[in-house]
Design a protein around this ligand. Structure first.
Ligand code: UGA
Length: 437
């Protein structure tokens, strides 16, 4: 390691817990801080409250060496750190599209009065453009000129958090001085040769918003094509495959289906819309509004397809739902398209039973009255229609004959275009999918 900086990570949610463990893994001494004492106690015991492959082992390894520790004390963090990474959440405000950045302000207000020596505070959270400059001004006021701010957005995906942190596609440094750039370059030296863009605060903030907006756009684009395919009796899966061979287009994030959910893409695109509106960038705003609307229409379309298959109404009908997480290999159910569909059908009178390989505990915690089952087979027992809503490998591998023996009627809607339609039809299933004949 080039320079032995001591790092703190302020906020130990998904992003913070990952960043703290990965930085310790790279050889730094790291102190993680959170205002939630229970979260800190569980991390200090080596227990991770989220499902993330490889992260818990990494956490335990680095706790054991003593390189990684956790605290709730800002005073201790300020004393300890040369570089403070701010990783708190920026959720959607209640009843609004805008992002709530109050946790960031709270971190700056809690940390600044204790900062007595030279240090760099580095924002990693996803924020509306303009936030970094405002926080830099606040920091200068509360802490003094020996403390500087930089903005370094994070692009990790859930399910690949460790890999994405240790092997990022690129690094973006929003800095106001060469000193800040040098510190960030030093900190990330152990990652090797990573393409790095050094820029100003607003550009760094916008790179993150734009990246998520682009991914959302790509998904909504293929889902808009799915709408056209449905009307024209064409097959969007084959269309997507044919598009993907054009290297300028590429096949990733071009899977048609139920659309995007989770704790990031939906809220980030809405926060981006709100900010674009404030800035008077009205065409950007209407463009993004359409991306969001196409995404939400897929959920409604899924419910329509399922309702048609059971005769026009869910009353007295049994619906087996496969999948609850917003994507496979995750236990995250925030803004999950799968759960949204399940809850809508239940509201329309359907008897819904949900199974998910990993996310069931979260479903039972957040929606205690929703029917759940401990296996795919139990979830679809006596079903009038089966809905595949999250493409876990376990569901892709299902034997249509075996589950055909427990359902009431062999109706299936493949909300993720994940199954082999010919195999299911050969087993006498009425197979339907979004965007396909
Ligand atoms: C997303 C971005 O991919 C990360 O780069 C970013 O750092 C992160 O948000 C964030 O801002 O923190 P993540 O929320 O983990 O990561 O999930 P994705 O893998 O992007 O999937 C998002 C949603 O899109 C899922 O519901 C998934 O099922 C859906 N999706 C994805 C599709 O419907 N079609 C596709 O082709 C791909």
């Amino acid at each position: 390691m080039a320079v032995a900086y001591r790092l703190t990570v302020l906020g130990t949610g998904y992003l913070g817990a990952t960043h703290a463990a990965c930085m310790a893994e790279l050889g730094f001494e790291v102190l993680g801080l959170d205002v939630d004492p229970e979260k800190i106690a569980s991390l200090q015991r080596g227990e991770l409250p989220i499902h993330e492959p490889g992260l818990e082992e990494m956490l335990r390894r680095n706790l054991a060496t003593g390189r990684l520790r956790f605290t709730t004390s800002y005073e201790e963090a300020a004393e300890f750190g040369d570089v403070h990474f701010v990783c708190v959440g920026t959720p959607q405000k209640k009843g609004e599209y805008a992002a709530d950045v109050s946790y960031l302000d709270a971190v700056v207000e809690s940390l600044a009065p204790h900062l007595r020596r030279e240090c760099l505070v580095v924002g990693k959270s996803t924020v509306p453009v303009g936030t970094a400059q405002r926080l830099a001004d606040k920091l200068a006021l509360l802490a003094g000129p020996h403390v500087e701010l930089a903005w370094n957005p994070e692009f990790l995906r859930e399910g690949f958090a460790v890999r994405d942190t240790l092997k990022p596609d690129r690094l973006v440094f929003g800095v106001a001085s060469e000193r800040a750039e040098k510190i960030l370059r030093d900190v990330y030296t152990p990652l090797g040769d990573v393409p790095t863009v050094v820029t100003d605060f607003p550009t760094a903030e916008l790179v993150k918003s734009a990246a998520n907006a682009f991914l959302a756009t790509k998904i909504s684009f293929i889902n808009a094509m799915a709408e056209v395919c449905e009307a024209a009796h064409a097959d969007v899966k084959q269309l997507s495959l044919a598009l993907s061979f054009d290297e300028r287009i590429g096949g990733r994030f071009l899977n048609p289906g139920l659309g995007f959910g989770g704790g990031c893409l939906p809220k980030d695109i809405r926060a981006f819309m709100a900010r674009a509106g404030e800035l008077g960038a009205d065409q950007a705003l209407s463009f993004l509004r359409e991306v969001d609307a196409i995404n939400m229409r897929r959920r409604a379309r899924m419910v329509d397809l399922a309702r048609d298959l059971v005769g026009g109404s869910f009353h007295t009908r049994t619906v087996g739902v496969l999948g609850a997480a917003f994507k496979p290999n995750s236990d995250d159910i925030r803004d999950s398209p799968a759960l949204d569909v399940a809850l809508t059908i239940r509201q329309e009178g359907g008897a819904v039973t949900v199974y998910d390989p990993v996310a069931l505990n979260n479903v039972r915690k957040v929606h205690p009255t929703l029917g759940t089952a401990d296996s795919a087979l139990t979830a679809v027992r006596n079903a009038d229609v089966v809905l595949l809503l999250t493409e876990w490998q376990e569901f892709v591998d299902l034997d249509p004959e075996a589950i055909g023996t427990v359902v009431n009627t062999r109706n299936i809607v493949d909300g993720r275009n994940a199954l082999d339609s010919e195999v299911w039809r050969a087993a006498h299933w009425n197979y339907r999918a979004l965007g396909r004949p």
